[in-house]
Design a protein around this ligand. Structure first.
Ligand SMILES: [Zn+2]
Ligand SMILES: [Zn+2]
Length: 418
């Protein structure tokens, strides 16, 4: 490892020396505690093997039914794609699109990109145009939600038991294994590390910047959002192009606070119909019953599934609300250039990014229920307008979190300490 190599923290922008690590070690930022880098494994063969296995099982999982129901002596089954297309056929295309993108398209792109990058390295060559694939990977990764789908299938199994005898399909097990394999692959492969393999990156010339500057921005160094390379554009150019991956450079995410607020306000407005309007409509011979998210939780609770009721309540009601409130607090305190508890606020941001995706749970449960419970006059479940509002809230809060730049929290701290 290059001794003179500096690294800028991606969450607070603090410049730190890169130090050699023990095997399986993780270097953390000593100001905000973010994980900066891990020790590079000797090869990426393990990550490649896990991802290839996950890819094959993912195809299997999509070919077989996730769950079946015995109705009047006949077995009604659906695959994941079948469930998406029945939502689409019902005119619920926003939800069908959302489920398709987050459970099929994005995970498939993610696996394909990782295999594309690692397979040539395994054979001893180099991937072509890695910068494009790495950029795709960075944008795709947050939207793959196999683990949330997994939990949703378990919730759906419990809910479906109230309509008929449930037969868990092959795909549930396969998706479970895919989830474990992808997690194992992620542990041994960090996309940004691949640059260290492709080219040995020259260290930034520290002497010319002085070592007393605290952050990359102060030193006039631009950190690439895509590949993490620090570079100094010539002269007084504001911005520029990354010399390694040719991404557009910014000191901070452009218009970070304005974009965060815009997404947040839209999410706040839509949170109201998301909670109040029915997400599903259950019709039987005698009656039609509208279910909101909350009444779905109550149903699970009164039918004895307390654990699932609690999980759905937390994922669908508590998490979106906490996420909106936390992001609003972060954006507001940053806008006021508050220097209070920067470390704690950075940790809140990390939590929001990690937990927010789980609110997609109910969307997936609805998708599976709507696909299976179509027994003509006996019982039918349709998606209600609340589900579209709810899906929009989840997507908008994810965009809000992606727009927020945690380094802005620390910029205020620095100007305070002057
Ligand atoms: Zn940091
Ligand atoms: Zn770059």
């Amino acid at each position: 490892m290059n001794e003179t190599e500096l690294i800028a923290c991606h969450e607070c922008d603090l410049l730190q020396w890169k130090a050699p690590l023990f095997e399986r070690g993780t270097a953390r930022c000593h100001r905000c505690g973010a994980a900066l880098y891990r020790s590079l494994p000797a090869t990426y063969d393990r990550a490649l093997a896990f991802t290839l296995a996950a890819g094959i099982l993912f195809v299997v999982a999509n070919c077989f039914p996730i769950v079946g129901l015995w109705v009047k002596g006949a077995l009604v089954e659906t695959t994941l794609f079948g469930a998406v297309s029945s939502l689409y056929a019902d005119g619920m295309w926003p939800i069908a699109g959302l489920v398709f993108v987050t459970t099929i398209l994005m995970p498939a792109l993610n696996m394909a990109a990782v295999i594309y990058l690692l397979l040539p390295l395994h054979i001893g060559g180099l991937p072509q145009r890695p910068e494009i694939v790495l950029r795709v990977l960075r944008h795709v990764a947050p939207w793959g939600m196999i683990e949330v789908l997994m939990l949703a299938m378990l919730v759906a199994l419990v809910k479906l038991q109230h309509f008929a005898t449930v037969v868990p399909g092959v795909a549930i097990g396969s998706f479970g294994v895919v989830m474990v394999l992808l997690a194992a692959a992620a542990v041994s492969f960090n996309p940004r590390d691949i640059w260290a393999r492709i080219e040995s990156v020259p260290g930034v010339d520290v002497a010319s910047h002085g070592v007393n500057v605290a952050t990359a921005a102060r030193a006039g160094l631009f950190v690439c959002h895509d590949c993490g390379l620090m570079s100094k554009p010539p002269g007084h150019v504001r911005g520029g192009i990354c010399p390694r991956c040719s991404a557009v450079l910014h000191l901070r995410k452009p218009n970070s606070l304005a974009r965060t607020w815009a997404f947040l306000l839209a999410a706040m407005v839509l949170y109201i119909p998301a909670v109040l309007l029915p997400v599903t409509v259950t019709s039987t011979l005698l009656s039609a019953q509208s279910n909101t998210i909350l009444s779905g939780v109550v149903f699970l609770w009164t039918s004895g599934s307390w654990a699932l009721a609690t999980i759905v309540f937390i994922a669908s009601i508590v998490v979106p609300m906490l996420k909106i409130l936390s992001l609003a607090y972060l954006a507001w305190s940053t806008q006021l250039r508050s220097s209070l508890m920067p470390r704690k606020r950075t940790r809140i941001y990390r939590w929001v990014e990690l937990v927010g995706r789980w609110s997609m749970l109910d969307i997936y449960v609805i998708t599976i229920l709507v696909a299976l419970v179509q027994f003509g006059s006996v019982a039918t479940i349709d998606a209600g307008p609340g589900s579209i509002a709810f899906g929009a809230v989840v997507v908008l809060t994810m965009f809000a979190a992606l727009s927020f730049d945690p380094r802005l929290i620390w910029d205020a701290v620095e100007s305070e300490s002057e």
